[in-house]
Write a protein that binds this ligand. Structure first.
Ligand code: CO
Length: 499
């Protein structure tokens, strides 16, 4: 595949200032509920439904800075679109940890990514009590809104008020504290269920060997299939991909040294080290295991580190996977401040394609997009199937590493790319593709993204026409405040408004 690159950046200097970027990492303690009135452009009247976003809402507890944004308390935002109007609401997930720390006015828990309780290692020694911060993703499935965090059970929320209703155990399928990842995939047409959609998710139980559990949920939100598999070695797995017949995991070459963690000197995230000389293992698990055999296949490749995959599909006996790969993983240093990150010293995420031949146990890989990119999104009907259009957050400049300021669309058949950029003062979060109802073309729909506008210290909800970026943003909804940089979210065609 030959893909020509977009014309070089028109800015010769950096496309951003770090001070501007840092503004998006301020806490938003206030909970809001209002009709969005300040709008440039027009919200398409056919855009009906609700965009849910999750991410750390607090980057400090009563002035005590947390060490890494992944340790920030989960805050849900929802934006409902109805008849050309939009309504905003945000609310913190009332986790046990959030409530206790807000009451105490200080950090009480150790974070996975380096937030220690004050008091040094004596206060942290043998404290394995981690906070389920419910900050990574939010999905609406089986008539339930669920806030997800990969190391523990989901929190169940009211989709209208965002009130926390409790933890979700799927009728006792999950046990207290059991993991349920933040990266479910929705199979749009599960052949085991007569073509009904199916939510596929996983859980990682780390150790010397790792247990990977697969869950499949029907549209009513009931777990209809669950099976567990043991694979050798420590796994740090954040995301996976599915096809109609397989779940595929990339076991990145990292090791975990638990001793500094147990001794209270370092957080769990700081005890993970990348083993640069080791291959990545690709773990392929059949979605329907055959009786008496696991059917797991493990292939090896060199891939660097992967947080997120774009998609996977089966073709001519191969599995093809598109993923965003980093040559190395920045380690979370104990004394560092994430706000002071040197973007130029970190390798960018880049889009790679992997071809897995299960018969020959071989893997071939090719670079598809070298521009720094993250947060891939596609048409939901193409999950696990061949697809043509991929959208991602991207850097403004074609080379180097930088914060995400743009949205990149790539036509994987022709190689054509389109870029919409919010540089120099805008910073882009995960885009979500929303198909137009009744659409037949794969890119007939919209991209929705939160963009932090440093010039006004507020966030915009930006709507792009996915079929034509040259129109620019067709609507920019100016919120009355900023939303701290978030992680993941989802869109549902249901409209949840209380007014
Ligand atoms: Co993620």
């Amino acid at each position: 595949m030959q893909i020509s690159d977009i014309s070089a950046s028109t800015l010769t200097e950096k496309s951003y200032s770090r001070t501007d970027w840092q503004g998006g990492y301020k806490s938003l303690p206030q909970e809001q509920d209002y009709e969005i009135e300040d709008i440039e452009g027009l919200i398409p009247p056919e855009l009906q439904g609700t965009l849910f976003r999750n991410g750390p809402g607090l980057l400090d507890v009563n002035g005590q800075q947390i060490h890494h944004p992944f340790d920030g308390d989960g805050m849900i935002s929802h934006i409902t679109f109805s008849n050309g109007r939009a309504h905003f609401r945000n609310r913190f997930v009332h986790t046990t940890g959030y409530l206790a720390e807000q009451k105490a006015g200080k950090i009480l828990y150790r974070g996975v990514f380096g937030t220690q309780k004050p008091g040094g290692w004596l206060a942290n020694i043998f404290d394995f009590k981690l906070k389920n911060i419910a900050n990574t993703n939010v999905i609406y499935w089986g008539k339930k809104l669920l806030a997800l965090w990969e190391a523990a059970e989901p929190h169940h929320l009211d989709p209208y008020t965002l009130e926390t209703l409790g933890k979700e155990y799927f009728h006792g399928v999950l046990t207290e504290g059991e993991a349920f990842s933040a990266h479910p995939r929705i199979d749009p047409s599960s052949h085991q269920d007569g073509g009904a959609p199916c939510l596929v998710n996983f859980a990682i139980k780390p150790g010397i060997s790792t247990t990977i559990t697969i869950f499949e949920l029907n549209p009513e939100g009931e777990v209809v299939r669950k099976h567990a598999h043991s694979v050798p070695g420590f796994c740090f797995i954040h995301d996976f991909v599915i096809t109609p017949n397989y779940c595929i995991f990339f076991q990145n070459p990292v090791s975990f040294n638990p001793l500094p963690f147990a001794l209270g000197m370092r957080s769990a995230g700081e005890c993970i080290q990348v083993q640069a000389n080791q291959p990545t293992r690709i773990i392929v698990i059949p979605r329907i295991p055959q009786p008496g055999q696991t059917g797991i296949k493990i292939l090896e490749t060199q891939s660097g580190f992967i947080f997120h995959h774009a998609n996977a599909w089966e073709k001519d006996g191969e599995i093809v996977i598109d993923s965003i790969c980093y040559a190395s993983l920045p380690e979370v240093e104990p004394e560092s401040d994430f706000r002071q990150v040197d973007f130029d010293a970190i390798t960018p995420g880049q889009l790679w394609r992997f071809h897995l031949n299960l018969q020959n146990q071989t893997v071939q890989q090719e670079l598809i997009v070298s521009r720094c990119c993250e947060f891939p999104t596609i048409h939901p009907d193409h999950v696990g199937r061949p697809y043509r259009y991929l959208y991602m957050g991207a850097a403004h400049a074609a080379t180097g590493n930088a914060p995400l300021q743009a949205i990149l669309k790539i036509d994987l058949e022709s190689g054509e790319k389109q870029l919409w950029s919010a540089a120099p003062r805008g910073f882009v979060g995960e885009p979500i593709f929303v198909p137009r109802s009744g659409c037949t073309k794969e890119d007939d729909g919209w991209l929705l993204a939160l963009v932090y506008d440093a010039a006004h210290h507020r966030s915009d909800v930006v709507i792009l026409d996915a079929s034509d970026f040259s129109k620019g943003a067709i609507a920019r909804l100016h919120l009355q405040h900023h939303i701290p940089y978030g992680l993941h979210g989802s869109f549902t065609a249901e409209v949840f408004t209380t007014t």
